[in-house]
Design a protein around this ligand. Structure first.
Ligand SMILES: NC(=O)c1ccc[n+]([C@@H]2O[C@H](COP(=O)([O-])OP(=O)(O)OC[C@H]3O[C@@H](n4cnc5c(N)ncnc54)[C@H](O)[C@@H]3O)[C@@H](O)[C@H]2O)c1
Length: 251
């Protein structure tokens, strides 16, 4: 894989489980990484577990003015070459019971927040003639797992936003791809999955386990590298074969 030295990356949701793994993977590949997350406290805690040299910027991806200020500050430092969008929230509830306020909140963070960051980073990348946008989606964006409500809808939206960016920016040196995992062992998943959920996923997944954050991060680092130069508009499932499979007799 081509080294990524000299590139600058922003990882939103970089204080979370997958975001920290992505920040670590990119930093180890030589990228100058800034993590973005909702509070100074979350960022400071995350930096303690991240490689030396990683920095942080606290802002809420829902807040357009805060996003603009953060990307303007990045522009002063040379601009963002690689954007990884991990910031997201989840709530499990049947669709007929789904609280409309939760619906709006989840759309605001997961879809509109991703749009803000992709648009602002994309403008910097187009100006440079090179860029990588890598969105964190989910297999829940492609199939309807019962109870995932607004979350699944936002991930379907993120997939289409990613394809749209690929369609419009490919001739300007910028690629946009999504990484779509099955459940990954992170604080987010421990919040919503009990033993019954785990058993249900394992019964349907050829490699019967959850993904590890580092496995998602290695897909992200590859997509950010020159080795993935001609991969554009792709939704890369990191799923142990889940999306390729129907029933698994004997499980
Ligand atoms: N964990 C999984 O099983 C799983 C599976 C598939 C996809 N994903 C996706 O991977 C990404 C990362 O998930 P994770 O498991 O690391 O979750 P996480 O909850 O550990 O991390 C998410 C991070 O986003 C931050 N965040 C939330 N709202 C924000 C906002 N408004 N502004 C800025 N930051 C905000 C949180 O503070 C947190 O640090 C998400 O997009 C998620 O949908 C996760």
């Amino acid at each position: 894989m081509t080294a990524l030295g000299g590139r600058r990356a922003m990882v939103t949701g970089g204080a979370g489980g997958i975001g920290m793994a992505c920040a670590t993977g990119l930093a180890e590949a030589g990228v100058e990484v800034v993590i973005a997350d909702v509070s100074e406290e979350a960022c400071a805690r995350a930096l303690e577990g991240l490689p030396e040299g990683v920095t942080s910027r606290a802002f809420d991806v829902r807040d357009r003015a805060a996003c603009e200020a953060a990307f303007a500050a990045e522009a002063e430092k040379g601009g963002v070459d690689i954007l990884v969008t991990c910031a997201a929230v989840v709530k499990a509830s049947p669709i007929l019971d789904f609280d409309p306020d939760d619906w709006t909140r989840i759309l605001d963070v997961n879809l509109t927040g991703t749009f803000h960051c992709c648009q602002l980073a994309g403008r910097q990348m187009v100006a440079k003639g090179w860029g990588r946008i890598i969105t964190l989606s989910s297999v829940n964006g492609q199939i309807a797992n019962a109870g995932r409500g607004a979350y699944s809808c936002t991930k379907g939206g993120v997939d289409m936003l990613t394809r749209l960016l690929a369609a419009e920016l490919g001739d300007k040196g910028v690629t946009a791809n999504a990484v779509a995992p099955i459940p990954v062992d992170t604080p987010m998943i421990r919040q919503v999955h009990g033993p019954k959920d785990r058993a249900a996923w394992h019964a349907r997944t050829p490699n019967p386990r959850y993904a590890q954050p580092e496995e998602v991060a290695s897909a992200v680092t590859w997509l950010a590298s020159d080795a993935a130069d001609f991969v554009n508009g792709h939704i890369l499932n990191v799923d142990g074969g889940f999306m390729a499979t129907g029933i698994l007799p004997g499980r």
